[in-house]
Ligand binder design. Structure first.
Ligand code: SF4
Ligand code: FES
Length: 257
């Protein structure tokens, strides 16, 4: 794709005060892409009046609802739970619903583009199929043998703690799409799949750890990780992603989990 140009989509706005809240004029610079209309992406500027304490998702909604209904992006819960609105904001992967305008240098145009490493389908929407396929490939479910239990499977607090961090994943793909290895090789399982394998490998009730470790011993598995820490920095849930990957590597070598 060639270098996108910048188009202006402006509305004459003056900073205003509404209900005692001082609004500021913000420019969202969004990388638009619609393969049905243009072969290349284009940067388009939108000017808005925003409360600095509103979120980038609020600004995107304002563009869509008040200026250009064709703007396309995913969102659902608007509270950092569903993981659907990961995007690159000022060059960094974040959830739009968890990012306040005041925290992204609103004096300058705020750049917004799709996450990297996955095919862009339209505007901020990428094809998540390869991401979810890698997730499915690590068997993210409890594997047990023997008779069906007649009550819940018990576990000590210490055993539960062992994988507590990796239970927090919301599958937003911010980690995987910030990984330079994944950018260069879309076959790599990627941090999110490894995090979700970790969640079961270290679960004392699970019996599928050996199988998952063999899957991740693949040439596209954990050994591709170059420990750049991009994934840990990108994770909106604060999961120590790189640490989880290191623990899976260690389990592969020691066979202790
Ligand atoms: S580990 Fe964090 S960044 Fe990666 S998919 Fe899960 S929640 Fe998103
Ligand atoms: S909209 Fe659900 S995490 Fe942002």
């Amino acid at each position: 794709m060639s270098t996108p140009t910048v188009e202006k989509h402006s509305a004459a706005l003056d900073a205003a005060e509404v209900g005692g809240v001082k609004l500021i004029t913000v420019t969202l610079r969004i990388r638009r892409f619609n393969p049905e209309e243009l072969p290349d992406p284009v940067w388009v500027d939108y000017q808005l009046e925003m409360d600095p304490k509103e979120r980038v998702l609020d600004a995107l909604n304002k563009v869509k609802w008040e200026q250009d209904g064709t703007l396309t992006y995913r969102r659902s819960c608007a509270h950092g739970i569903c993981g659907s609105d990961a995007m690159r904001i000022n060059g960094r992967n974040r959830l739009a619903c968890k990012t306040l305008i005041k925290d992204v240098n609103p004096e300058q145009p705020i750049t917004i583009e799709a996450i990297k490493g996955l095919t862009v389908l339209k505007d901020l929407i990428v094809d998540m199929d390869p991401f979810f396929q890698a997730y499915k490939d690590v068997m993210p479910f409890l594997i047990t043998s023997g008779n069906e239990p007649t009550r819940e499977r018990l576990q000590t607090a210490e055993d539960r703690e062992r994988f507590d961090d990796t239970t927090k994943c919301i599958l937003c793909a911010a980690c995987t799409s910030s990984c330079p290895v994944f950018w260069n090789d879309g076959q790599y399982f990627g941090p999110a799949a490894i995090v979700n394998a970790h969640r079961f490998i270290f679960d004392s009730r699970d019996e599928g750890a050996e199988q998952r470790l063999e899957i991740l011993n693949d040439r596209e598995g954990v050994w591709r990780c170059r420990t750049t820490f991009n994934c840990s920095e990108a994770c909106p849930r604060g999961i120590e992603v790189t640490k989880a990957i290191q623990e899976v590597k260690r389990a592969l070598v020691t066979r202790r989990f």
